[in-house]
Design a protein around this ligand. Structure first.
Ligand code: ADP
Ligand code: MG
Length: 290
């Protein structure tokens, strides 16, 4: 027997490195007319690096202690920023004590007890009421500033830089052409870093500082305006939006387990350009169906 067109399309998508979970998903992919993309780990490579380690003025901690405490607290997290912090500590040969009582809040950060000290690592704007000049300065250059709070006192900042994926701008342009709508960027990161990266990727509509439920609300709003939204994300923070979207695609290589389980399709190889390619495959298959 010849294979039904949607099944052939699934096989073809597989050759592009995209795991499409069902024929229904393969069909829906071709219907999308709006796109919402996550930033960290989706438009960016998701292999960020720590570029700055800055104890705050007046802090008793020196650079090594600050990085050690942050890395020990981050070790249980699967967030790309957490991996960057742990790698930076390892590269400096720092010994990481075990963390206890680890908790993580998607879009905010983590907390843990390290050697008797309570350590919080996360978005400065979520952990503090006032803005830190140093954080703003790091963010202006497109970096993500992460605040380290030790026993309730802000102790220092880490500057973390991630690169735009090489195929990000071309993918944004293809998706705009295919859907007839400019893609939007939905991120939990700060507005300064988000605008910097959005401009590089060719996205004007940048919505920053979003918690997981805010990403969900943004997608719901687009859907209730009649759009069939394709969400592309990688994090635990993207899971509600991936689930609510007409179609959700997760970045597979570094994506969180929850995102991979929630999404309708997974990009197994790390190429963002596989997203528009799969939309095209779906449309071709559907033309054969009808
Ligand atoms: P995005 O939406 O761009 O993928 P997230 O929602 O995952 O970003 O994270 C938003 C912000 O929350 C980050 O920029 C960072 O400030 C903070 N954050 C989240 N998780 C962590 C973590 N494990 N360590 C430090 N900061 C974190
Ligand atoms: Mg992400």
């Amino acid at each position: 027997a010849t294979m039904p067109p949607l099944l052939s399309a699934i096989a073809n998508a597989g050759r592009h490195g995209v795991l499409v979970k069902s024929a229904v998903v393969m069909e829906r992919l071709g219907q999308v007319d709006a796109v919402a993309l996550d930033k960290t780990g989706t438009l960016t490579e998701g292999s960020p690096r720590v570029t700055d380690v800055r104890p705050l003025p007046g802090s008793a901690l020196h650079e090594g202690e600050l990085l050690m405490l942050a890395a020990a607290a981050e070790r249980p997290s699967e967030h790309p920023l957490a991996r960057a912090v742990v790698d930076a500590a390892r590269e400096r040969g720092l010994d990481l004590p075990d963390a206890e009582d680890f908790t993580s809040a998607p879009g905010v950060g983590v907390t843990a007890v390290v050697g008797g000290r309570t350590v919080a690592v996360g978005a400065p704007a979520r952990l503090l009421d006032d803005t830190l000049g140093t954080a703003a300065e790091l963010e202006e250059s497109g970096r993500t500033a992460v605040l380290v709070v030790v026993d309730g006192t802000p102790a220092g900042l880490l500057g973390i830089a991630d690169r735009l994926r090489p195929d990000a701008a071309a993918t944004v342009a293809s998706l705009a052409r295919l859907t007839g709508t400019a893609p939007v960027l939905l991120t939990g990161d700060n507005p300064r870093a988000a605008a910097h990266l959005g401009a590089e990727a060719g996205i004007d509509d940048v919505r920053a500082g979003l918690l997981p439920q805010d990403k969900l609300a943004a997608v719901r709003e687009m859907e209730s305006a009649g759009r069939k939204v394709l969400v592309v994300g990688d994090g635990v923070n993207d899971a509600p939006a991936l689930a609510a979207a007409h179609t959700g695609i997760a970045m597979g290589r570094a994506g969180s387990d929850l995102a991979l389980e929630t999404a309708d399709a997974v990009i197994v190889r790390d190429e963002l350009a596989a997203v528009p390619a799969t939309v095209v495959l779906s449309r071709r298959a559907r033309r054969l169906v009808v």
